[in-house]
Design a binder for this molecule. Structure first.
Ligand SMILES: *Cc1c(COP(=O)(O)O)cnc(C)c1O
Length: 356
């Protein structure tokens, strides 16, 4: 069904909380913008969405997602351009990905009129919440939950789609130390690794807490059969610069989340003439490259962190320390290039920015 944008009902708050945000010291997730978007799906169709003041939800304890985890989400960012424009980075890609997650989790497609037009109207209304200082943005969190009031096990029939937003400062300001995980697994063929399902995050909390106790920042996940092929770091896609090539695990499998940042990075590198290989990459190959002095850079990519440099990888007793991050050519160039496009400081030749 299609919902005409004019159908989005808007109920504005009379008491903006914007003054509560310390613009010079933004604590991600501490503040949520004045408004949210909410839409309900029932009887096989979406009802018109509503933009309302940010509010708590009132739900039956029997609500499906509390028990069985039919819950998916997205992560998008809006940036303030020097000319004052509000720019959302590649929201159509998030919309398509949300619907791929929805299908795998037996949830309904979210129509463009709700995801994109709803997001546009929400950001237009709360545009003052997009912070303006260096490296800041407004994080946009669309998500969908199964809300049947029923604890029997079956795919739900009622769903709720919500968008909330939160001002974000710089995310990772320090290079990360990585533990190569060969006990716990994030994703396996036939599973839900390619989706942004809440369960993928729930299952990673314990292994992540354990390696943090040991002094590492993030996990490098490996495959579930041999613990040999690398997948992702934490909740980011991963890239290795070996010699003059950039290598990242391919997405022709269902174990890798297809990151929008990943795709942007690959596109920018290929535009520049850098060879990017999307293929299986084993930890043995990484170790050999390290020993041969060919492991030049390694980094994670994601909407939250943008480019997260890895300064050290630990695999069993082998500690691989990379050259000083300041000397890296590729990751540092990418970080700057991506920022210039996202903030509208540089021509967007790929049609990535969406002006609100
Ligand atoms: C969200 C996510 C990413 C990054 O995707 P982006 O679209 O670049 O933000 C990578 N891996 C996992 C597991 C994720 O959930």
């Amino acid at each position: 069904m299609s919902v005409s944008p004019s159908v989005i009902k808007v109920n504005k708050t009379e008491n903006s909380r914007l003054h509560e945000v310390d613009a010079l010291n933004i604590n991600f997730g501490k503040h949520y913008s004045d408004h949210m978007l909410i839409a309900y799906y029932e009887n096989g169709q979406w009802n018109p969405p509503e933009i309302t003041p940010f509010h708590n939800l009132y739900l039956s304890p029997a609500t499906t997602f509390f028990h069985y985890g039919q819950a998916i989400f997205e992560g998008v960012k809006a940036y303030k351009a020097p000319n004052g424009d509000a720019l959302i980075f590649r929201p159509y890609d998030n919309w398509k990905r949300m619907n791929r997650s929805a299908e795998r989790m037996a949830m309904p497609d979210v129509p463009q009129e709700i995801f994109i037009e709803g997001m546009r109207q929400l950001i237009a209304l709360d545009h003052k919440w997009i912070p303006e200082s260096e490296d800041t943005s407004l994080y946009i969190r669309p998500f969908m939950l199964a809300i049947d009031e029923f604890i029997g096990v079956r795919p739900a029939e009622k769903f709720m789609f919500i968008i909330i937003t939160s001002p974000a400062g710089p995310y990772y300001n320090h290079p990360v130390s990585i533990y190569v995980q060969d006990q716990y697994v994030r994703a396996f063929p036939g599973g839900i690794g390619f989706t942004k399902a809440a369960g993928n995050y729930g299952m990673s909390m314990y292994p992540t807490r354990e390696i943090k106790k040991m002094g590492y920042d993030q996990i490098l996940w490996t495959d579930g059969f041999e613990h040999k092929y690398v997948q992702e770091i934490g909740t980011m896609n991963v890239f290795f610069v070996i010699g003059d090539k950039v290598i990242t695990p391919d997405i022709n499998t269902d174990v890798i989340l297809e990151g929008v940042t990943r795709d942007s990075v690959i596109t920018l590198l290929r535009d520049k003439g850098v060879t990017v290989e999307e293929r299986q990459l084993s930890i043995d190959e990484i170790e050999e490259a390290y020993k041969a002095g060919q492991l030049k850079e390694a980094f994670g990519t994601g909407t939250a962190a943008s480019i997260a440099p890895i300064y050290q990888l630990t695999y069993h007793d082998d500690v691989m320390t990379l050259p000083a991050v300041e000397t890296w050519e590729i990751a540092n160039w990418l970080k700057q290039e991506l920022a210039d496009i996202r903030y509208g400081r540089k021509a967007d030749t790929h049609g990535w920015t969406f002006k609100v």
